[in-house]
Design a protein around this ligand. Structure first.
Ligand SMILES: [Zn+2]
Length: 101
């Protein structure tokens, strides 16, 4: 990983190219979007029913928490998505590319 939002174009060890075509990393966003709602429901139940926080605090928490949560898990979702591409045979080096197509 180059930083929190970008993947290195190739693996520094085995030189496979992670993203062949633009938009191939969209699966990571689907992973993030499917994982964020459950903790948000749990947080809402905790804030509203258990801790009885004030409404403005609840609103701010319910706006900021999914953003922070998505930022925290995005990097890991990219890693999971690269492994899905690997398992489906889409991960190979530029030298291997002519053999694969
Ligand atoms: Zn590698």
């Amino acid at each position: 990983m180059k930083n929190w939002f970008e993947v290195k174009p190739t693996c520094p060890v085995c030189h496979v190219r992670f993203e062949r075509s633009p938009g191939e990393g969209t699966g990571a966003m689907i992973i993030v979007l499917s994982l964020v709602p459950l903790p948000m429901i749990l947080l809402f139940i905790l804030l509203f029913n258990v801790w009885n926080v004030a409404l403005p605090v609840l609103l701010i928490a319910m706006i900021l928490a999914p953003i922070v949560l998505a930022l925290l898990i995005y990097r890991h979702a990219r890693g999971v998505w690269v492994s899905v591409i690997f398992l489906s045979g889409g991960l190979y080096t530029d030298e291997e590319k002519p053999l694969k197509q």
